[in-house]
Design a protein around this ligand. Sequence first.
Ligand SMILES: [Fe+2]
Length: 386
Amino acid sequence: MQVERKICFPKGRKLRIMQVSDVQDMHFVRRAMVEMLECAYDALRPDLIVLTGDNIHGNHLDENRLGMKTDDFSVILRNMTSALYHVLAPIEKRGIPFCMIFGNHDDLNPVTKQEQADLYKDYPHFFGLNSDEPQLDCDTYNVPIYGSDGEKIVFNLWMLDSAGKDDGTGSGFEYVKPEAIEWYRRRSDALRAQNGGEPVPSLMFQHVPVPQITELFIPCGEDDPNAVKWRGADGLPYKLDQERADGYADEYPDVCDADFGQLDAIRAQGDVCALVFGHDHANNFTCNLDGVHMIQTPGASFRSYGTARARGVRMFEIDENDPWHFETYTVSYYDLMGKSLRSRFSFFMSADEYDYKRAVTFGAAAAAALLGGAAITVKHLIRRKR
Ligand SMILES: [Fe+2]
């Protein structure tokens, strides 16, 4: 299938970009998430989808349903192919262009990032790595977006790897590499030169937030209703500073282990409208930190931790004639699926936080069925004896 390799603004309306983050599922998926994403694609009709890491639960691909593990590389690769299919096939089926970066969970397995990127390239609507644009590595690249006439680059996406190393171990050191920042400066200069000396407005996506984001979290009392549910390493209660950020946070942020001058580079280049993160599944806010607009997007995963208000997707709507001033908003599972009995049941059956309650519910139901069956049998035997 031959697909147009250039993304352009649509004529007569805004460009719709959907960010889908932390899908983080396996070769056997949680149905509620698939239903939610399919509903999002159909209801919100994105022109482009950006997968911002932890696109699969890469460190659990060695498991099967019954919990047994394998170290057979070919089985892990097959499971990865299947896990990616569950995420990518609904996008491909709808003919929506998409691009991706990796997160820490994509990487924690014996398959290299390049081998994994090659699996994405099998999908005709996958963009970015299939283009002729210079790239640093298999998840550090940019996606230019042309005007509706297809002539000039009007907008741009920076896609930065923040997942650190690629050595197949279970421990990660997460950061945006110094060479990635240098590459960004060079490409940004090149785009500016092509644009008559003016910076090209851009969104910069990376999986793990920059360390500076923790400045937005302030100590609070143990019983503060806005205290995060998932605390940081010090175990103390914090909350999002509502004076400096717009949105909510249910977890203390997990951030890059090091910063190599990324924010300085962004300020100097002057082309980033917003720096956009995933990784912290339960946080959803926007802020301006030291002159850089930042956006935290919650996760979509039902297999990993999350909340009912957070699980969902983020939209960006960008006007070709005023690309610096875009709109952004998130849409949650219940926004998309409604609060019917069916959607609530599907949520209960899929969400990670209900694992224990599901086990208790089904265990109790099975025990009741067994007891009921035994009682009927005993009654029947007594009757026969009489
Ligand atoms: Fe992550």
